[in-house]
Ligand binder design. Structure first.
Ligand code: ACO
Length: 311
């Protein structure tokens, strides 16, 4: 690259300003963004499955309306993110094909099953809570289209988090069986939620470079700590126990000490052998194939509109 272009890129980062699609950028910066934004977009779309499975079994019309809206929001998040990724010169079609061929990842959390309606609440509270913790700093990420997509995504995620908390709070005011259902769900999701932030910093291959480029603003361990500290008082307010007997406040560090999740399980899930990996990807592939006729019809219609001048 011309030295001037590289200097201008570095100066933009140093000012904490945004890099925009037409600006010069190093190829590795572009590739890192494509990897992270694609993985993020795929997570939103695959994340519709575990909760979508409960739409037909919602316990009331009100819960069904809330869940429908929430799952539709996730589709919207996927679309903003695919659009942000397209500004880097890859098409949504290419990204979708990579997902269904298993060549790009999506968040580990969506490879776990949803076994009861309490899981809808726990996903809102813990999973969307973790997502907010990770995504609020991404509103300041160095790539303009990604940061701007994050602003709207975060507003909707905080609604999702609150609906999850409200669902669990309602169940906790119910019967003993409902309280037990909430506790069982929290016990299952706590460890996978901690894994959402990625491997410990010492094992994270991308963090150092992504921080230097301003793509990430905090490390995986910093965000995990923030999430734990934010969640403990909420668990207390709900009356649920987080399944970690070693979770205690540490005055000296000004945060909680906590047990690390099982990183061997994380590696298995990320490499495709989690409880629901095969099912999630097969479902996405089927939906893509079933939608082929819609894409063909839309393209044929667009071609005809171009050929026939508007009346
Ligand atoms: N699930 C699946 N894969 C993961 C996860 C996870 N929870 N965490 C890390 N990985 C992968 C990385 O993609 C990377 O794999 P690769 O090199 O093959 O691409 C590898 O593990 C090493 O991890 P890191 O070096 O720490 O990767 P990175 O710097 O990208 O940090 C993180 C991971 C924190 C998830 C980052 O990509 C990020 O902030 N992404 C945006 C947020 C996001 O994707 N959220 C989706 C879930 S939230 C929701 O939709 C409700």
């Amino acid at each position: 690259p011309a030295q001037a272009e590289e200097a201008s890129f570095e100066a933009t980062l140093a000012r904490h300003d945004r890099i925009e699609p037409r600006d010069w950028m190093p190829e590795r910066y572009r590739a890192t963004l494509v990897r992270q934004i694609a993985q993020h977009a795929h997570s939103e779309i695959i994340g519709m499955q575990p909760e979508g499975a409960w739409i037909t079994r919602a316990p009331s019309l009100r819960r069904k309306a809330i869940l429908l809206a929430k799952v539709q929001d996730e589709a919207g998040h996927g679309l903003y993110l695919y659009s942000a990724c397209e500004t880097l010169g890859v098409s949504r079609q290419e990204l979708t094909e990579k997902l269904i061929e298993g060549k790009q990842k999506y968040s580990s959390i969506f490879n776990y099953p949803t076994l009861s309606y309490a899981d809808v609440g726990t996903i809102g509270w813990l999973v969307d809570g973790a997502a907010i913790c990770n995504q609020v700093p991404l509103c300041r990420t160095s790539y303009g289209p990604y940061g701007r997509a994050m602003i709207r995504v975060c507003k909707e995620e905080s609604f999702h988090q609150r609906q999850g908390f409200e669902l669990l709070a309602t169940m906790m005011r119910g019967t003993d069986a409902q309280r037990a259902m909430v506790q069982e769900s929290v016990d299952r999701f706590w460890w996978p939620a901690l894994m959402m932030f990625g491997p410990p910093d010492a094992d994270s291959s991308h963090t150092a470079q992504s921080m230097a480029w301003g793509i990430k603003r905090d490390t995986n361990d910093e965000l995990r700590q923030k999430f734990v500290d934010m969640t403990v008082p909420q668990a207390r307010a709900l009356g649920v126990t987080l399944p970690d007997p070693d979770l205690v406040w540490n005055d000296e560090k000004g945060g909680h000490d906590f047990t690390q999740p099982d990183w061997a399980e994380f590696r298995d899930v990320v490499s495709g052998s989690g409880p629901c990996n095969a099912q999630r990807v097969a479902h996405r592939r089927r939906a893509h194939e079933d939608g082929a006729w819609v894409r063909e019809a839309a393209s044929a219609f667009a071609r005809r509109q171009q050929q026939e001048p508007q009346q």
